[in-house]
Design a protein. Structure first.
Length: 214
């Protein structure tokens, strides 16, 4: 029996944050597949009553603890393992600042854009997609500028801020219709450094549910 259970599915960048963190800290964990696109398990009363009232993934189960929201999960795992933990109060607040920026702006726009382009039926309206793409370009430019002259978001060492921000950035470029790494050299170099960390894996190799049934 694994120490941690992670409710997840392969297409979820939000779940990927937690799965990647578990792998990087060498945790004993197992993925619990949530059939998001097929049976819509997350919408059932049973799931919302027993797993997550918000009807979302990821959900991390550790003993008697049941944690939701990827930022909370990353923080818990960092504090528990003492890995990828910001150093001191100033770094902790700075990490939180970038995690909130990520959730609201970076992957907060990339996630819906990718969903509307690949999975939604009907697909996203062109005006909506154009709006999202404009926000994505602006927010990626902010991230790319941040990474100029530094190895990771907070400096010379990776933290949970980095693991939050990579949530959707390792999914195939064809799912977005543009290549983030090819267009942003600082982001590309940073993604390479995160990828070199022991335990790193692609989201489709780390979580169940890929490919989707046709």
């Amino acid at each position: 029996m694994a120490e941690y259970d992670l409710y997840c599915f392969a297409q979820s960048g939000n779940a990927y944050r937690a799965a990647l963190m578990l792998n990087l800290i060498g945790a004993d964990w197992r993925p619990v597949f949530v059939d998001f696109f097929g049976k819509g398990v997350q919408r059932t009363p049973e799931y919302r009553e027993n797993i997550n009232e918000m009807g979302e993934v990821p959900v991390l189960v550790h003993g008697a603890k049941k944690l939701t929201q990827s930022g909370v999960i990353l923080t818990y795992l960092a504090e528990h393992s003492k890995k990828f933990l910001p150093r001191g109060d100033d770094e902790r607040l700075e990490a939180m600042r970038w995690i909130i920026f990520d959730n609201q702006k970076v992957n907060g726009f990339l996630g819906p854009y990718r969903f509307l382009r690949n999975f939604a039926k009907p697909a996203g309206h062109p005006a909506v997609m154009e709006f999202l793409k404009g926000r994505i370009d602006n927010n990626l430019a902010i991230l790319d500028k941040r990474l100029a002259g530094r190895a990771y978001i907070l400096g010379s060492e990776p933290t949970i801020a980095d693991l939050s921000l990579v949530a959707y950035l390792y999914y195939p470029a064809e799912e977005f219709g543009f290549d983030i790494a090819a267009e942003r050299k600082n982001i590309a170099a940073w993604l390479g450094r995160v990828k070199a960390l022991p335990g790193w894996a692609y989201p489709y190799d780390l979580m169940p549910g890929h490919p989707l049934p046709k």
